[in-house]
Design a protein around this ligand. Structure first.
Ligand code: NDP
Ligand code: GDR
Length: 344
């Protein structure tokens, strides 16, 4: 039986990856951090909670001693490092904590693997945020980096260390530069899920208005379950490497809003400019969307568009779900949950 350790098991990707690996007959050690109340709702949604081959293990990625004990005790064949402070907006408020969790956290694991058993295969959850200020599009493995937030700078540190441990110690260390990937399991603070969930609540009379920041930011959005399969494929490849996973299509936040309301049979008409812009129900004239400056970031990544050609050629990986389909899946899940009174 193959063994894998997945950090950040309570997150969106942790749930999809755990479910993927369990279906393939893996023994999975999933790490979560101690808190006053730990929430396993995502594992429950994918049907992984309580699986006989899933063992949940407490781990704080800031504690290097824990990293050593974890690797020594379980000696997994594969380690997928997904845990991080993953919200870009918060990284401007908590830059030092983000640097430690998102930057130094992966280094703790790399060190533990190097010292305990350097044959263990390691996946680092790198991010398209490291491309930051546009240098070239579409962005691929050779595009220069220009991080625009403490989060992106921390992810870039972890990316380079992954590459450095691969080259210095001959470790099987892979960096997956993943573009935004979404699903009904996405946290509500991220823009896609905030939009689908609030829109569902508005239709059900549980919310009045959707408040957003920069509507013109462009993102390359894909479906999270497919990206987690890409992570697995990277660790099955003959050689360790860096891969971009993306859809090669970019859309504005504004079009994601339109897509969401369209899935609910509502057409949006935009009026006004800048912070005074509003989105109206084209039929009734009711204001549905407002701009709130609170949601703007001190510096923004305006355009992400990824080229996944290398992953397709080497891993046979390609995205399958269109953005319209993904949006519809998310809206329907949020309608169902809100009707049932669920709060996640
Ligand atoms: P989530 O925010 O959903 O999950 C993050 C996970 O990290 C949670 O399980 C969280 O635990 C855990 N975590 C946070 N801090 C600590 C800590 N100090 N010790 C232990 N665990 C901790 O993120 P996603 O699943 O969306 O993303 C997975 C990874 O991929 C992240 O590293 C993210 O930065 C990266 N990434 C994500 C992309 C995306 O579009 N989703 C794109 C590119 C990269 P808790 O539940 O307790 O908060
Ligand atoms: P991102 O995702 O920063 O790309 O990071 P997020 O969904 O937070 O923002 C996407 C874009 O939407 C704009 N935006 C808003 N964002 C949020 N959260 N809330 C709003 O109200 C809002 N209005 C407009 C943002 O300014 C931004 O341009 C995600 C995370 O999963 C990271 O962990 C990951 O590394 C990257 O994707 C790739």
């Amino acid at each position: 039986m193959k063994t894998a350790l997945v950090t950040g098991i309570t997150g969106q990707d942790g749930a999809y990856l755990a479910s993927n690996l369990l279906e393939r007959g893996y023994k999975v050690y999933g790490t979560y951090r101690r808190g006053s109340s730990v929430n396993f709702w995502r594992l429950s949604e994918v049907g992984a909670l309580g699986h006989e081959n899933l063992e949940l293990v407490e781990y704080d990625l800031l504690d290097i001693g824990s990293a050593f004990r974890l690797i020594e005790k379980y000696q997994p064949e594969e380690v997928y490092n997904l845990a991080a402070q993953s919200f870009v907006g918060v990284s401007f408020e908590q830059p030092v904590a983000t640097a430690q969790m998102t930057g130094v956290g992966p280094l703790n694991l790399l060190e533990a693997i190097r010292m305990v058993n350097s044959k263990i295969r390691f996946y680092q959850a790198s991010s398209s945020e490291i491309f930051g200020l546009v240098q070239a599009v579409p962005q691929n493995e050779d595009t220069p980096f220009y991080p625009r937030s403490p989060y992106a700078a921390a992810k870039l540190f972890a990316h380079w260390l992954t590459v450095n441990y691969r080259e210095s110690y001959d470790m099987f260390a892979c960096s997956g530069i993943l573009f935004n990937h979404e699903s009904p399991l996405r946290g509500q603070e991220f823009v896609t899920r905030k939009i689908t969930n609030t829109a569902a609540q508005m239709v059900l009379g549980k919310a009045d208005v959707l408040e957003l920041g920069n509507l013109d930011a462009k993102r390359d959005w894909g479906y999270a379950a497919e990206y987690c399969e890409g992570m697995r494929l990277m660790l099955q490849h003959d050689t360790p490497d860096t891969f971009v996973l993306a859809t090669n299509r970019t859309e504005t936040v504004r079009s994601f809003v339109e897509m969401t309301f369209k899935a609910l049979d509502i057409a949006i008409e935009w009026k006004g400019e800048g912070v005074d812009e509003v989105g109206l129900d084209a039929k009734t004239g009711k204001t549905l969307i407002k701009i709130n400056p609170r949601f703007f970031r001190p510096s923004e990544v305006e355009l992400l568009l990824g080229d996944p050609a290398k992953a397709k050629a080497a891993l046979g990986w390609e995205p399958k779900t269109s953005l319209e389909e993904l949006c519809r899946i998310m809206v329907e899940a949020d309608m169902r949950r809100n009707k049932a009174g669920a709060s996640f």
